[in-house]
Design a protein around this ligand. Structure first.
Ligand code: NAG
Length: 227
């Protein structure tokens, strides 16, 4: 509103100055008819005031323009970052498995080290775990968390080892102990693995481990993040 009033006033001021100039140039008779009919006039004071106002407005407009440019730039940057995040999330792979031995009694002792087949699968997101072989094949390179818990009767030793491609990584163990009817063991580790790595829990030779429908003895793996 205020701007339009100022614009009208400015216009009238301009017209009156053109009128004055043309009067002196042409003499009153030669002033073009449309200008002669113009009745909008303003004083010099008003003119100066309006011109000052106009300059201020221009300044403000320029400042706003530059701020708008800044905001636009920041918005564009934020949009780009959002796009990157979306892309990362889209490509995000979830890998999780958890299974219990569900053996309904002792497993072992065996003459040689044996891979445990955790047959009762709770979760297998990413399909990395194979309950027929007890092997988790890493479906995507990354950092993984593994946990394995076990229960066993005391009359024999119970040593379980997490292996990577057949190599021992971490072990949980309990000696034969005739004073204890049973015992529990566990271990956990984070590992940076490559796609295709094979992870198993191996029961040492002449050892045993126990499970039934209570799911004491479990093997869990979680992809924390891809690398
Ligand atoms: C063991 O797992 C089975 C199958 O997932 C479930 O039905 C059962 O309730 C679990 N037992 C215990 C004691 O947690």
């Amino acid at each position: 509103m205020r701007v339009s009033v100022i614009l009208i006033a400015l216009l009238s001021c301009l017209l009156s100055s053109v009128y004055a100039e043309s009067k002196s140039r042409y003499g009153k008779q030669n002033v073009p008819a449309d200008l002669q009919q113009s009745t909008l006039v303003c004083s010099v004071d008003q003119c100066v005031y309006l011109m000052t106002e106009d300059a201020k407005l221009k300044e403000k407009l320029e400042a706003m323009d530059s701020r708008l440019n800044q905001v636009t730039y920041r918005l564009k940057t934020a949009e780009t970052q959002l796009g990157v995040l979306k892309q990362e999330n889209k490509g995000r792979t979830n890998v999780v498995f958890s299974a219990s031995l569900r053996s309904f009694g002792n497993v072992g002792p065996f003459k040689t080290e044996t891979t445990l087949k955790y047959s009762n699968v709770f979760t297998n997101v990413g399909k990395g775990y194979d309950s027929n072989t007890g092997t988790f094949t890493v479906p995507v390179s990354g950092v993984y968390l593994f946990m394995f818990y076990n229960h066993a009767l005391g009359a024999k030793a119970t040593y379980l080892t997490l292996t990577r491609n057949g190599q021992r990584v971490v072990t949980t163990g309990h000696h034969r102990n005739t004073f204890e009817s049973s015992h529990n063991g566990a271990n956990a580790i984070t590992l940076q693995l490559r796609k295709g790595d094979k992870m198993c829990i191996r029961l040492w030779a002449e050892n045993w481990v126990f499970d039934d429908d209570k799911n004491y003895t479990t093997f869990t793996g979680i992809l924390l993040f891809t690398v």
